[in-house]
Design a protein around this ligand. Structure first.
Ligand SMILES: [Ca+2]
Length: 214
């Protein structure tokens, strides 16, 4: 647990440094501690991709997708998927996807943030999703760390109605040697009427428990 806390604290610190404070739009970053690659959404289509090498990471095929390519007026969606392979030297790679300027219709009092992840790792992987609204309120969901093999996880949290808001997804992959990891990380935020919040909270908690034990 201590180790997990240390990892997520480092993640939060790094994201705090990386996340732009002004409106920046969709940005994808891959960083192995020595080389950093940043891809911005220059054509504003809501899709950013990187396909190339980064140090010992010989194959990286990464795609980040956001509005207006995916999502609808009442559902905000941020999707990150990637295949990453190392040479025998191994290493640690951090992949960050950020977008801001999200607003939702209808503008209900509360929103439900949900984060789903799944994939197969040849080392260890951990993930986090950060919500931050225009008043500086933040909420972070964590997945892992997961070891070698298949993994899947779902986490949810309630966040207050303040818009616009940003979403950040962070993946950290560590390989001891020659290995491959692939994953899909999806974040959604939907508005929920305050009158339904208590009932939905109960159902939501039950649903989450059922899914985690499935
Ligand atoms: Ca684009």
């Amino acid at each position: 647990m201590k180790e997990r806390f240390a990892i997520v604290t480092i993640l939060a610190l790094v994201v705090g440094v990386l996340a732009p404070s002004a409106h920046a739009g969709l940005v994808l970053t891959l960083d192995d501690g020595t080389t950093s690659v940043t891809v911005s959404d220059g054509d504003l289509d809501g899709v950013v991709t990187y396909n190339g090498t980064i140090g010992n990471w010989t194959i990286n095929n990464t795609m980040g997708i956001s509005k207006p390519a995916i999502g609808i007026p009442s559902v905000a969606v941020l999707h990150l998927h990637s295949f990453d392979a190392t040479s025998s030297a191994g290493g640690t790679l951090m992949i960050t996807l950020y977008d801001d300027g999200y607003t939702l219709e209808p503008p209900e009092d509360w929103k439900l943030m949900t984060s789903d992840v799944g994939g197969v790792s040849g080392g260890t992987v951990s993930f986090s999703q950060i919500y931050e609204n225009a008043q500086g309120y933040t909420e972070t969901l964590y997945h892992g760390p997961f070891g070698v093999g298949a993994f899947a996880d779902t986490q949810s949290a309630w966040v207050p109605y303040v818009e616009p808001f940003s979403l950040t997804e962070v993946a950290v992959i560590t390989h001891a040697g020659k290995a491959e990891t692939s994953f899909d990380l999806v974040s959604t935020v939907v508005p929920v009427p305050a009158a339904l919040l208590l009932g939905a909270l109960g159902l939501g908690v039950a649903g989450i428990r059922l899914r985690k034990h499935a």
